[in-house]
Design a protein around this ligand. Structure first.
Ligand code: SAM
Length: 173
């Protein structure tokens, strides 16, 4: 990522790989998740990789509370849950906490891997549909990028497949 390291926030970090990677690139990172088990695993991972001093792990149910502060970069990578979750309120809240020039990166699934439990019996939204659900159009000045990005996913038994991610980057003026 070609952004100058500053203050980053990772929403729903799970094992913390992305948040730890950001810290390794020089970012000061606040990482938040609802799952205490995720916090324990990610904290141990940060300590093992020598970046714990750059990271603050915060326990939040984002439906109820949100980390305070201004951020130069906020990531919402596959921020999803089978439970009720007000994503259309949480993501605008995240955008509102960007510093001037800061970026909110949102990545969602655009297709399912063959081994996924989530067999697509419904079409996945396009990146533009995801963007429209947030109240933006591709031509809006806040939209730095909207599109599908292919990547090679690795399955539980080491198998690989091409999957599509929907990627949206919003930049605050
Ligand atoms: C599919 S995982 C994505 C993990 C990681 N960002 C990644 O890209 O691999 C979704 C994460 O969001 C977290 N999450 C779900 N609901 C949440 C909520 N209400 N508040 C905070 N985190 C939540 C889950 O605990 C889980 O770690």
């Amino acid at each position: 990522m070609d952004r100058t390291p500053g203050h980053a926030l990772d929403l729903g970090f799970a094992k913390g790989d992305d948040a730890i990677w950001l810290a390794q690139q020089g970012w000061d990172v606040v990482a938040t998740d609802i799952a205490q088990a995720a916090l324990d695993i990610a904290k141990a991972g940060a300590a093992k990789r020598g970046v714990a001093d750059r990271m603050l792990f915060a326990h939040h149910d984002l439906a109820i509370s949100f980390p305070e502060g201004r951020y130069d970069f906020i990531s919402a990578m596959f921020l999803q849950t089978p439970f009720e979750f007000p994503k259309r309120e949480v993501l605008p809240q995240a955008y509102g906490q960007l510093a001037s020039g800061g970026m909110l990166l949102i990545v969602t699934h655009g297709s399912a891997a063959p081994w996924s439990w989530s067999k697509a019996d419904h079409p996945y939204p396009t990146p533009e549909e995801d963007l429209a659900a947030l109240g933006y159009a591709a031509s809006d000045k806040e939209v730095a990028f909207v599109g599908g990005v292919r990547r090679t996913a690795r399955g539980p038994n080491g198998q690989t497949a091409q999957v599509l991610d929907n990627v949206i980057a919003l930049v605050k003026e």
